[in-house]
Design a protein around this ligand. Structure first.
Ligand SMILES: Cc1cc2nc3c(=O)[nH]c(=O)nc-3n(C[C@H](O)[C@H](O)[C@H](O)COP(=O)(O)OP(=O)(O)OC[C@H]3O[C@@H](n4cnc5c(N)ncnc54)[C@H](O)[C@@H]3O)c2cc1C
Length: 404
């Protein structure tokens, strides 16, 4: 009998509970990763979910974890298809649970047909089920934050070093070459080593002023950890405990606290997504708030291409199209504009982000989009004044001029 580690959004060896459990026994171990073929098929919003920048970053991340698993003597295989088409259900199965509705559904299909032993683990979130003090998630972030920020602690970290060696993984299809745009605010590679390097670099100096810079558009204005957290090259617990170690040495300030605050936003959206399941993808959102959404193909296309004639919005969209990256401020502005000003069905925007963003994460993306569209976890229905946003965040038009 073999032990199978089914890798999903946990592309690392550090702080990886299924791996540690597998290594406790003498059975041969194999790692497997499955890409859902639907990810390459145009969806109902007219986009291919796994866009080329995302795929490129995923490949780098897979090659990195393949190298680390090689060093442990664990073969690692990448497939396109359903796990049940490849795996032997009489083996022992270990995996970290995902959060998204479709991902959970696939997990449940596998569990239902599995004949051998299986065990599932947490690790995608900072806290674990049972540690969160709610039977029902609060509707508002503030209520969630106040209940957990000082009273719930992430579980212990299990450290394991990744190796520097990578191993090429062959995809059963050809992938388009992606050349990094020199203007990108995300000039990083995928993988656990790159993730740790970025975390260490950020915690060495830029963190001290994070609260003041986080709305900016440059490389060090924010951590750029989201992509690593999204595919699991980095565990949120690792970020938490490294931040705490930094605070012990260099002191707590508003900026160090603020990074924790933002990690709690991520946490909030994860637990909301888990609780709400497929409601997250409804036009009326989790608030069941019906609005007269429009679906105007030409308007949606212009927004996507960055050709609305609204400079600040266009600049952000062109940045996204050229790099697979956009700052948090940019995301809020273009999502708010799409849903509140253009009144287009917000899911067309969210789906476009899904295809493009290197850091795409189902809970954070759909949760934030719904929030901006007025059908998510916000009782207000705020509409941004784009001119004022530009005046506040890009007063000298440096960002606008970079992209237009
Ligand atoms: C419309 C829209 C779509 C978004 N889609 C995604 C997505 O697909 N994937 C994703 O990871 N984030 C998404 N976000 C949240 C946020 O924009 C990114 O997490 C952030 O810009 C990533 O940059 P950073 O790592 O430098 O963030 P930092 O400012 O350095 O924040 C640190 C970490 O906190 C978390 N975080 C910060 N803000 C948020 C937030 N609003 N919601 C959830 N987590 C947050 C992220 O994990 C981030 O890495 C979206 C936001 C909006 C408004």
């Amino acid at each position: 009998m073999k032990t199978i580690i089914w890798y999903q959004n946990d592309l690392r060896v550090d702080d990886h509970l299924p791996l540690e459990e597998a290594l406790r026994h003498d059975d041969p171990i194999e790692g497997h990763f499955f890409i859902n073929p639907n990810q390459f098929v145009e969806n109902r919003y007219g986009v291919i979910p796994l866009g080329k920048e995302r795929l490129h970053f995923l490949k780098e991340s897979l090659e990195d974890v393949a190298g680390s698993l090689d060093a442990l003597g664990i073969p690692f295989h990448v497939h396109v298809g359903h796990p049940l088409e490849t795996l032997d259900p009489s083996d022992r199965l270990l995996f970290q649970r995902a959060v998204g509705y479709n991902e959970r559904r696939r997990e449940n299909e596998v569990i239902k047909k599995w004949k051998g032993e299986y065990e599932t683990f947490g690790g995608f979130t900072l806290f674990e089920e049972g540690d969160i003090p709610f039977e029902k998630m609060p509707f508002l972030f503030t209520e969630f934050r106040k209940a957990v920020e000082y009273d719930v602690r992430p579980r212990e970290l299990i450290s394991r070093k990744a190796t520097a060696a990578t191993r090429e993984v062959t995809f059963p299809f050809s992938i388009q070459e992606v050349k990094q745009d020199p203007r990108t605010a995300f000039p990083f590679k995928g993988g656990e080593l790159a993730a740790k390097r970025r975390l260490n670099d950020y915690l060495s100096v830029p963190i001290r002023t994070y609260k003041e810079t986080r709305n900016g558009f440059g490389v060090d204005d924010s951590t750029k950890l989201s992509s690593y957290l999204a595919n699991g090259s980095l565990s949120p617990r690792r970020v938490f405990f490294e931040l705490e170690a930094h605070e012990r040495t260099h002191g707590v300030n508003e900026s160090t606290y603020w990074l924790y605050f933002e990690l709690l936003w991520r946490e909030f959206f994860q637990w909301v997504a888990l609780e709400q399941g497929k409601k997250l993808f409804r036009s009326q959102g989790i608030r069941s708030k019906r609005k007269d959404w429009r679906v105007e193909a030409d308007v949606i296309e212009k927004w996507r291409k960055g050709e609305m004639g609204v400079d600040f919005v266009d600049a952000f969209m062109r940045e996204l199209n050229a790099t697979g990256w956009m700052s948090n401020r940019g995301r809020q502005i273009v999502a708010n504009y799409f849903s509140k000003e253009l009144k287009q069905d917000w899911r067309y925007g969210a789906s476009y982000f899904e295809s493009k963003l290197i850091d795409y994460d189902v809970a954070s993306n759909w949760g934030n989009w719904a929030y901006q569209a007025g059908v998510g976890n916000d009782s207000r229905d705020r509409r941004f004044n784009i001119e004022r946003q530009q005046f506040t965040y890009d007063p000298d038009r440096a960002f606008r001029n970079k992209w237009l």
